[in-house]
Design a protein around this ligand. Structure first.
Ligand code: OSB
Ligand code: MG
Length: 383
Protein backbone atom coordinates (compact mmCIF):
# COMPACT_ATOMS: atom_id res chain seq x y z
CA UNK A 1 0.00 0.00 0.00
CA UNK A 2 1.31 3.49 -0.76
CA UNK A 3 0.21 7.07 -0.15
CA UNK A 4 -0.60 8.86 -3.40
CA UNK A 5 -1.91 12.22 -2.21
CA UNK A 6 -2.68 14.16 0.95
CA UNK A 7 -5.56 16.65 0.99
CA UNK A 8 -5.96 19.37 3.60
CA UNK A 9 -9.47 20.71 4.24
CA UNK A 10 -10.03 23.59 6.63
CA UNK A 11 -13.51 24.04 8.04
CA UNK A 12 -15.28 26.10 10.65
CA UNK A 13 -18.08 24.31 12.46
CA UNK A 14 -20.42 26.37 14.69
CA UNK A 15 -20.63 25.22 18.33
CA UNK A 16 -24.11 25.02 19.87
CA UNK A 17 -22.82 27.15 22.77
CA UNK A 18 -19.54 28.95 23.46
CA UNK A 19 -16.91 26.83 25.25
CA UNK A 20 -14.85 28.78 27.79
CA UNK A 21 -11.75 27.50 29.57
CA UNK A 22 -9.01 29.14 31.62
CA UNK A 23 -7.21 29.83 28.32
CA UNK A 24 -10.03 31.34 26.28
CA UNK A 25 -13.49 31.18 24.77
CA UNK A 26 -14.42 29.46 21.51
CA UNK A 27 -17.66 29.88 19.58
CA UNK A 28 -16.75 27.79 16.54
CA UNK A 29 -14.45 24.84 16.06
CA UNK A 30 -11.89 25.59 13.42
CA UNK A 31 -10.68 22.22 12.25
CA UNK A 32 -8.09 20.88 9.89
CA UNK A 33 -9.23 17.68 8.18
CA UNK A 34 -6.86 15.39 6.35
CA UNK A 35 -7.76 12.96 3.60
CA UNK A 36 -5.07 10.57 2.39
CA UNK A 37 -5.50 8.88 -0.94
CA UNK A 38 -3.76 5.52 -1.24
CA UNK A 39 -3.65 2.89 -3.96
CA UNK A 40 -6.01 0.86 -1.73
CA UNK A 41 -8.55 3.59 -0.92
CA UNK A 42 -8.96 6.79 1.08
CA UNK A 43 -8.79 7.63 4.76
CA UNK A 44 -9.95 10.68 6.75
CA UNK A 45 -8.78 12.19 10.00
CA UNK A 46 -9.15 15.34 12.06
CA UNK A 47 -6.27 17.32 13.51
CA UNK A 48 -7.06 18.36 17.09
CA UNK A 49 -5.03 21.58 16.99
CA UNK A 50 -7.12 24.62 17.92
CA UNK A 51 -7.31 27.95 16.14
CA UNK A 52 -4.87 29.49 18.64
CA UNK A 53 -1.77 28.10 20.40
CA UNK A 54 -3.34 28.45 23.87
CA UNK A 55 -3.99 24.87 25.03
CA UNK A 56 -0.69 23.79 23.50
CA UNK A 57 1.95 25.35 21.25
CA UNK A 58 0.25 23.82 18.21
CA UNK A 59 -2.43 25.61 16.21
CA UNK A 60 -4.24 25.05 12.93
CA UNK A 61 -2.15 27.33 10.69
CA UNK A 62 1.03 25.80 12.09
CA UNK A 63 -0.24 22.25 11.61
CA UNK A 64 -1.25 22.94 7.99
CA UNK A 65 2.11 24.57 7.31
CA UNK A 66 4.25 21.81 8.82
CA UNK A 67 2.29 19.20 6.88
CA UNK A 68 2.75 21.08 3.60
CA UNK A 69 6.42 21.93 4.09
CA UNK A 70 7.83 18.91 5.88
CA UNK A 71 5.47 15.99 6.40
CA UNK A 72 3.83 15.57 3.00
CA UNK A 73 7.18 15.48 1.15
CA UNK A 74 8.40 12.85 3.63
CA UNK A 75 5.37 10.62 3.02
CA UNK A 76 4.66 11.04 -0.69
CA UNK A 77 6.27 9.20 -3.57
CA UNK A 78 8.60 7.06 -1.52
CA UNK A 79 8.62 3.68 0.16
CA UNK A 80 8.35 4.29 3.90
CA UNK A 81 10.79 2.50 6.17
CA UNK A 82 9.34 -0.42 8.11
CA UNK A 83 8.75 0.62 11.71
CA UNK A 84 11.39 -0.61 14.17
CA UNK A 85 8.62 -0.99 16.74
CA UNK A 86 5.56 -2.21 14.78
CA UNK A 87 2.48 -1.73 16.89
CA UNK A 88 0.32 -4.65 17.90
CA UNK A 89 -2.40 -3.36 15.57
CA UNK A 90 -1.22 -5.00 12.34
CA UNK A 91 -1.06 -1.83 10.24
CA UNK A 92 2.36 -1.73 8.54
CA UNK A 93 1.72 1.46 6.57
CA UNK A 94 0.27 3.45 9.49
CA UNK A 95 3.08 2.15 11.75
CA UNK A 96 5.66 3.59 9.38
CA UNK A 97 4.19 7.12 9.52
CA UNK A 98 5.57 8.17 12.93
CA UNK A 99 9.13 6.96 12.15
CA UNK A 100 9.00 8.76 8.78
CA UNK A 101 7.99 12.02 10.51
CA UNK A 102 10.21 11.82 13.59
CA UNK A 103 12.86 14.07 12.01
CA UNK A 104 10.61 17.03 12.92
CA UNK A 105 10.58 18.04 16.61
CA UNK A 106 7.16 18.21 18.22
CA UNK A 107 4.09 18.98 16.06
CA UNK A 108 2.46 15.89 17.49
CA UNK A 109 -1.08 16.95 16.57
CA UNK A 110 -0.12 17.30 12.91
CA UNK A 111 1.73 13.96 13.00
CA UNK A 112 -1.26 12.31 14.68
CA UNK A 113 -3.68 13.54 12.02
CA UNK A 114 -1.59 12.09 9.21
CA UNK A 115 -1.13 8.78 10.98
CA UNK A 116 -4.86 8.58 11.76
CA UNK A 117 -5.83 9.21 8.13
CA UNK A 118 -3.44 6.47 6.97
CA UNK A 119 -4.77 4.19 9.72
CA UNK A 120 -8.35 4.79 8.54
CA UNK A 121 -7.39 4.00 4.92
CA UNK A 122 -5.41 0.91 5.88
CA UNK A 123 -8.09 -0.53 8.17
CA UNK A 124 -10.77 0.13 5.53
CA UNK A 125 -8.64 -1.77 3.03
CA UNK A 126 -8.35 -4.62 5.55
CA UNK A 127 -12.08 -4.51 6.35
CA UNK A 128 -11.34 -4.03 10.07
CA UNK A 129 -12.82 -1.47 12.47
CA UNK A 130 -10.67 0.69 14.72
CA UNK A 131 -12.25 -0.88 17.79
CA UNK A 132 -11.38 -4.39 16.65
CA UNK A 133 -7.85 -3.35 15.62
CA UNK A 134 -7.16 -1.49 18.90
CA UNK A 135 -8.44 -4.34 21.09
CA UNK A 136 -11.81 -2.96 22.23
CA UNK A 137 -13.45 -4.98 25.00
CA UNK A 138 -16.75 -3.04 25.08
CA UNK A 139 -19.46 -2.25 22.54
CA UNK A 140 -20.49 0.91 24.37
CA UNK A 141 -18.39 3.45 26.28
CA UNK A 142 -19.38 5.54 29.31
CA UNK A 143 -19.55 9.23 28.55
CA UNK A 144 -18.95 12.31 30.59
CA UNK A 145 -19.24 15.92 29.54
CA UNK A 146 -16.78 18.79 29.88
CA UNK A 147 -18.60 21.96 30.97
CA UNK A 148 -17.08 25.36 30.24
CA UNK A 149 -16.79 28.34 32.53
CA UNK A 150 -20.20 30.05 32.65
CA UNK A 151 -21.27 33.66 33.16
CA UNK A 152 -22.90 32.83 36.51
CA UNK A 153 -23.37 29.90 38.87
CA UNK A 154 -27.08 29.80 37.98
CA UNK A 155 -26.29 29.42 34.30
CA UNK A 156 -23.76 26.71 35.10
CA UNK A 157 -26.33 24.80 37.17
CA UNK A 158 -28.87 25.02 34.32
CA UNK A 159 -26.34 23.67 31.85
CA UNK A 160 -25.24 20.84 34.14
CA UNK A 161 -28.86 19.90 34.94
CA UNK A 162 -29.50 19.59 31.21
CA UNK A 163 -26.58 17.20 30.79
CA UNK A 164 -27.66 15.11 33.78
CA UNK A 165 -31.11 14.83 32.25
CA UNK A 166 -29.55 13.64 28.99
CA UNK A 167 -27.81 10.84 30.89
CA UNK A 168 -24.15 11.84 31.03
CA UNK A 169 -22.36 9.68 33.59
CA UNK A 170 -19.96 12.26 34.95
CA UNK A 171 -19.50 16.00 34.88
CA UNK A 172 -16.19 17.78 34.38
CA UNK A 173 -16.07 21.47 35.24
CA UNK A 174 -13.54 23.88 33.83
CA UNK A 175 -12.02 25.97 36.63
CA UNK A 176 -9.69 28.95 36.95
CA UNK A 177 -8.73 31.27 39.82
CA UNK A 178 -11.95 33.03 40.84
CA UNK A 179 -14.14 30.28 39.30
CA UNK A 180 -13.44 27.26 41.44
CA UNK A 181 -14.73 26.38 44.92
CA UNK A 182 -18.07 28.20 44.65
CA UNK A 183 -19.28 26.83 41.28
CA UNK A 184 -17.85 23.37 41.96
CA UNK A 185 -19.51 23.29 45.39
CA UNK A 186 -22.83 24.31 43.83
CA UNK A 187 -22.58 21.53 41.25
CA UNK A 188 -21.72 19.01 43.98
CA UNK A 189 -24.96 20.02 45.75
CA UNK A 190 -26.92 19.62 42.53
CA UNK A 191 -25.45 16.17 41.75
CA UNK A 192 -25.64 14.85 45.31
CA UNK A 193 -22.86 12.84 46.96
CA UNK A 194 -22.93 10.00 44.42
CA UNK A 195 -22.63 12.04 41.23
CA UNK A 196 -19.27 11.66 39.48
CA UNK A 197 -17.59 15.08 39.35
CA UNK A 198 -14.11 16.24 38.35
CA UNK A 199 -12.40 19.53 37.48
CA UNK A 200 -9.93 20.72 34.84
CA UNK A 201 -7.78 23.85 35.32
CA UNK A 202 -5.82 23.79 32.05
CA UNK A 203 -2.64 25.00 33.85
CA UNK A 204 -4.27 28.10 35.43
CA UNK A 205 -2.80 27.72 38.96
CA UNK A 206 0.62 28.00 40.64
CA UNK A 207 2.28 26.42 43.68
CA UNK A 208 0.86 29.23 45.84
CA UNK A 209 -2.61 27.78 45.18
CA UNK A 210 -1.85 24.34 46.68
CA UNK A 211 -3.80 25.03 49.92
CA UNK A 212 -6.84 26.16 47.91
CA UNK A 213 -6.65 23.15 45.58
CA UNK A 214 -6.21 20.77 48.53
CA UNK A 215 -9.44 22.16 50.00
CA UNK A 216 -11.26 20.55 47.03
CA UNK A 217 -10.92 17.31 49.03
CA UNK A 218 -14.17 18.30 50.80
CA UNK A 219 -16.02 18.07 47.44
CA UNK A 220 -15.18 14.42 46.82
CA UNK A 221 -13.93 14.80 43.25
CA UNK A 222 -12.87 11.93 41.00
CA UNK A 223 -9.76 13.90 40.05
CA UNK A 224 -8.25 17.31 39.44
CA UNK A 225 -6.82 17.72 35.95
CA UNK A 226 -3.70 19.70 35.06
CA UNK A 227 -3.70 22.51 37.63
CA UNK A 228 -0.12 23.64 36.82
CA UNK A 229 2.05 24.29 33.77
CA UNK A 230 2.76 21.61 31.19
CA UNK A 231 6.49 21.49 32.05
CA UNK A 232 5.95 21.58 35.82
CA UNK A 233 5.74 18.02 37.14
CA UNK A 234 7.34 19.05 40.44
CA UNK A 235 4.41 21.21 41.57
CA UNK A 236 1.97 18.45 40.63
CA UNK A 237 3.96 16.13 42.92
CA UNK A 238 3.55 18.65 45.76
CA UNK A 239 -0.22 18.85 45.23
CA UNK A 240 -0.54 15.06 45.04
CA UNK A 241 1.23 14.88 48.42
CA UNK A 242 -0.94 17.62 49.93
CA UNK A 243 -4.35 16.39 48.81
CA UNK A 244 -6.48 13.25 48.78
CA UNK A 245 -8.02 14.04 45.40
CA UNK A 246 -6.18 12.17 42.62
CA UNK A 247 -4.16 14.39 40.29
CA UNK A 248 -4.64 13.70 36.56
CA UNK A 249 -2.39 15.09 33.82
CA UNK A 250 -3.46 16.18 30.36
CA UNK A 251 -1.13 18.82 28.78
CA UNK A 252 2.01 17.34 30.42
CA UNK A 253 1.63 13.87 28.90
CA UNK A 254 3.28 13.91 25.47
CA UNK A 255 4.05 10.21 24.97
CA UNK A 256 4.65 6.93 26.79
CA UNK A 257 7.90 8.14 28.32
CA UNK A 258 6.37 11.25 29.90
CA UNK A 259 3.35 9.25 31.10
CA UNK A 260 5.49 6.64 32.84
CA UNK A 261 7.77 9.34 34.27
CA UNK A 262 4.83 11.36 35.65
CA UNK A 263 3.33 8.24 37.27
CA UNK A 264 6.69 7.08 38.66
CA UNK A 265 7.38 10.48 40.17
CA UNK A 266 3.94 10.75 41.72
CA UNK A 267 3.00 13.83 39.66
CA UNK A 268 -0.29 12.10 38.80
CA UNK A 269 -2.10 8.84 39.44
CA UNK A 270 -4.52 9.07 36.48
CA UNK A 271 -3.80 9.91 32.83
CA UNK A 272 -6.00 11.72 30.31
CA UNK A 273 -5.27 10.09 26.95
CA UNK A 274 -5.66 12.32 23.89
CA UNK A 275 -4.13 10.68 20.83
CA UNK A 276 -3.59 14.04 19.11
CA UNK A 277 -1.45 15.33 21.96
CA UNK A 278 0.66 12.13 21.90
CA UNK A 279 1.40 12.01 18.19
CA UNK A 280 -1.24 9.46 17.28
CA UNK A 281 -3.45 6.50 18.13
CA UNK A 282 -0.57 4.02 17.98
CA UNK A 283 1.34 5.95 20.67
CA UNK A 284 -1.92 6.35 22.64
CA UNK A 285 -2.23 2.54 22.66
CA UNK A 286 1.29 2.29 24.08
CA UNK A 287 0.42 4.86 26.76
CA UNK A 288 -2.69 2.85 27.58
CA UNK A 289 -0.72 -0.39 27.85
CA UNK A 290 1.96 1.25 30.03
CA UNK A 291 -0.67 2.74 32.37
CA UNK A 292 -2.44 -0.62 32.66
CA UNK A 293 0.91 -2.22 33.58
CA UNK A 294 1.35 0.43 36.30
CA UNK A 295 -2.28 0.05 37.51
CA UNK A 296 -3.06 3.67 36.65
CA UNK A 297 -6.60 4.39 35.42
CA UNK A 298 -6.90 6.26 32.12
CA UNK A 299 -9.77 8.02 30.36
CA UNK A 300 -10.23 9.45 26.90
CA UNK A 301 -10.01 13.21 26.63
CA UNK A 302 -11.51 15.30 23.87
CA UNK A 303 -10.71 18.38 21.81
CA UNK A 304 -14.23 19.29 20.64
CA UNK A 305 -13.82 16.84 17.78
CA UNK A 306 -16.34 16.47 15.00
CA UNK A 307 -17.60 12.96 14.28
CA UNK A 308 -14.39 12.20 12.38
CA UNK A 309 -12.13 12.45 15.42
CA UNK A 310 -14.84 11.32 17.83
CA UNK A 311 -15.30 7.97 16.04
CA UNK A 312 -11.67 7.03 16.62
CA UNK A 313 -11.74 8.30 20.23
CA UNK A 314 -14.79 6.19 21.02
CA UNK A 315 -13.02 3.11 19.63
CA UNK A 316 -9.99 3.85 21.81
CA UNK A 317 -12.15 4.40 24.90
CA UNK A 318 -13.43 0.81 24.53
CA UNK A 319 -10.04 -0.57 25.67
CA UNK A 320 -9.85 -2.24 29.08
CA UNK A 321 -7.72 0.42 30.83
CA UNK A 322 -10.29 3.17 30.16
CA UNK A 323 -11.99 2.68 33.50
CA UNK A 324 -13.33 6.23 33.89
CA UNK A 325 -15.94 7.95 31.67
CA UNK A 326 -14.34 10.06 28.94
CA UNK A 327 -14.92 13.51 27.45
CA UNK A 328 -16.45 11.61 24.53
CA UNK A 329 -19.81 13.36 24.50
CA UNK A 330 -22.58 13.06 21.91
CA UNK A 331 -22.40 15.18 18.74
CA UNK A 332 -25.31 17.33 19.98
CA UNK A 333 -23.26 18.57 22.96
CA UNK A 334 -21.08 20.43 20.43
CA UNK A 335 -22.78 20.71 17.05
CA UNK A 336 -26.28 21.07 15.64
CA UNK A 337 -24.99 19.25 12.58
CA UNK A 338 -21.92 17.03 12.59
CA UNK A 339 -19.53 16.24 9.74
CA UNK A 340 -20.50 12.56 10.00
CA UNK A 341 -23.62 10.72 11.07
CA UNK A 342 -24.22 12.00 14.63
CA UNK A 343 -23.05 10.18 17.76
CA UNK A 344 -26.06 9.80 20.06
CA UNK A 345 -26.33 8.61 23.65
CA UNK A 346 -28.02 5.26 24.11
CA UNK A 347 -30.90 4.49 26.43
CA UNK A 348 -31.89 1.80 28.92
CA UNK A 349 -28.69 0.12 30.13
CA UNK A 350 -26.82 2.24 27.59
CA UNK A 351 -28.03 5.56 28.93
CA UNK A 352 -25.06 7.95 29.01
CA UNK A 353 -23.06 5.78 26.63
CA UNK A 354 -21.95 5.94 23.01
CA UNK A 355 -21.81 2.90 20.79
CA UNK A 356 -18.41 1.97 19.37
CA UNK A 357 -18.58 2.07 15.56
CA UNK A 358 -18.16 -1.35 13.94
CA UNK A 359 -17.69 -0.49 10.25
CA UNK A 360 -14.23 -0.57 8.62
CA UNK A 361 -11.75 2.13 9.68
CA UNK A 362 -13.42 4.83 11.76
CA UNK A 363 -16.76 3.34 10.74
CA UNK A 364 -18.22 6.76 9.95
CA UNK A 365 -18.82 8.50 6.62
CA UNK A 366 -17.62 12.05 6.07
CA UNK A 367 -20.34 14.33 4.72
CA UNK A 368 -18.24 15.85 1.98
CA UNK A 369 -20.92 18.38 1.02
CA UNK A 370 -20.64 19.86 4.53
CA UNK A 371 -16.84 19.87 4.33
CA UNK A 372 -17.23 21.98 1.18
CA UNK A 373 -19.99 24.16 2.62
CA UNK A 374 -18.07 24.94 5.82
CA UNK A 375 -14.66 25.37 4.19
CA UNK A 376 -12.73 28.50 5.19
CA UNK A 377 -9.87 27.95 2.73
CA UNK A 378 -9.54 26.30 -0.66
CA UNK A 379 -8.66 22.62 -0.24
CA UNK A 380 -4.97 21.85 -0.77
CA UNK A 381 -3.86 18.67 -2.54
CA UNK A 382 -0.27 17.54 -2.01
CA UNK A 383 1.18 14.87 -4.29
O1 OSB B 1 -8.37 20.34 28.50
O2 OSB B 1 -9.55 18.66 28.09
C1 OSB B 1 -9.19 19.80 27.80
C2 OSB B 1 -11.27 21.11 24.87
C3 OSB B 1 -10.30 21.75 24.13
C4 OSB B 1 -9.02 21.79 24.62
C5 OSB B 1 -8.69 21.18 25.83
C6 OSB B 1 -9.65 20.52 26.56
C7 OSB B 1 -10.97 20.50 26.09
C8 OSB B 1 -12.07 19.90 26.82
C9 OSB B 1 -13.28 19.50 26.02
O3 OSB B 1 -12.11 19.76 28.01
C10 OSB B 1 -13.39 18.04 25.86
C11 OSB B 1 -14.42 17.68 24.82
O4 OSB B 1 -15.60 17.67 25.17
O5 OSB B 1 -14.05 17.43 23.66
MG1 MG C 1 -7.79 18.95 30.01
Amino acid sequence: MSIEAIELHRVEVPLVRPFETSFGRETVREALLVRVRTDAGDGWAECVAGRDPFYSSEYVDGAASVIERYFAPALLGRALPAAADPSRVGVPLASSVAPALSFVAGHRMAKAALEAAVLDAELRAQGRSMGEAFGAVREWVDCGVSVGIADSVDELLDEVAGYVEQGYRRIKLKIKPGWDLVPVGAVRELLGPRGLLQVDANTAYTAADIPLLASFDALDLLLIEQPFAEEDLATHVLLAEASETPVCLDESILDTRTAVDALDRGACSIVNIKPGRMGGYLEALRVHDACVALDAPVWCGGMLETGIGRAANVALAALPGFSLPGDTSASSRYYAEDLTEPFELGDGEHRGRLRVPTGPGTGVTVREELVREWATHAAVTLR
